[in-house]
Design a protein around this ligand. Structure first.
Ligand code: NAP
Length: 254
């Protein structure tokens, strides 16, 4: 039996990059997966690829910063699959700029997507996860996995909005673990280092070289490196792990 057989997962930002790799990995491990992003066509294309592993997948257009859309998404997933066991808050954006020149709009867009979006989905799935029961009636709970960033731990010049949002995700993760632990709902975060994706491909070559100089494993990470860590946190192999921030960064920051 596959490790996530019978489980239902929501993955935000699943149309491409790290989120798409996470959706594929969870499906390979046997989970049914709901994929969310703003661009429905891109999300549907990824959902088709996810179905190739034999798993069930649904695609939805959702802006994670919009309460009504988030609540409607959770309702639709419950109607289709009947339960939610795994929530992966992965959707994220950057709008970089030095603090002195950062606009309110760039601050709000990044914090609303990265931090508020994580809060909204966590709040929406908490109750359905509390209702999950094992055959013997004990609380089965669920696993919430937030994608933060190495710079949410270290800070980074030119990313006040992004680092504050990712630092907020770290403390939100620890609080949710404390609030929901008694219901067997675990909440952990993964802090990726430099992972190859649309988000990082556009960075200047000299900046990429500077990052590489600080990576002991001497390669940039792949989306699948993050997906493997998510699959572990999603399943029972990590059943005594909660409130943790797991760095997957090639040794970039100890
Ligand atoms: P990406 O390739 O730019 O993909 C971002 C995903 O998020 C897309 O599916 C995008 O789809 C979705 N998204 C953005 N805003 C959204 C919104 N408001 N509502 C719903 N979906 C939204 O980024 P990535 O590199 O895979 O990054 C994924 C996560 O890892 C992010 O949280 C990022 O901060 C984090 N991370 C990445 C790295 C890295 O090196 N790549 C390092 C550390 C942390 P739509 O545009 O269609 O909505």
């Amino acid at each position: 039996m596959k490790k996530l057989e019978g489980k239902v997962a929501i993955v935000t930002g699943a149309s491409r990059g790290i989120g798409a790799a996470i959706a594929k990995k969870l499906a390979e491990e046997g989970a049914s997966v709901a994929l969310c992003a703003r661009n429905l066509a891109a999300c549907e294309a990824t959902a088709r690829a996810v179905r190739e592993s034999g798993a069930e997948a649904m695609a939805m257009a959702v802006d994670v910063a919009d309460t009504a859309q988030v609540d409607a998404c959770v309702k639709a997933v419950l109607e289709k699959f009947g339960r939610i066991d795994i929530m992966v808050n992965n959707a994220g954006i950057t709008k970089d700029g030095l603090l002195m020149r950062m606009t309110d709009a760039d601050w709000d867009a990044v914090v609303d997507t990265n931090l508020k979006g994580t809060f909204l989905f966590t709040r929406a799935v908490a109750r359905p996860m509390m209702k999950n029961r094992s055959a013997d009636g004990s609380a089965q709970g669920g696993s919430i996995i937030n994608i933060t960033s190495v710079v949410g731990i270290t800070g980074n010049a030119g990313q006040a909005n992004y680092t504050a949002s990712k630092g907020g995700v770290i403390s939100l993760t620890k609080t949710v673990a404390k609030e929901l632990g008694s219901r067997n709902i675990r909440c952990n975060a993964i802090a990726p280092g430099f992972i190859r994706s649309d988000m990082t491909d556009s960075l200047p070559e000299e900046l990429k070289a500077a990052y590489m100089a600080n990576i002991p494993l001497k390669r940039f990470g792949e989306a699948e490196d993050i997906a493997k860590a998510v699959a572990w946190l999603a399943g029972d192999d990590s059943s005594y792990v909660t409130g943790q921030i797991i760095s997957v960064n090639g040794g970039m920051v100890g």
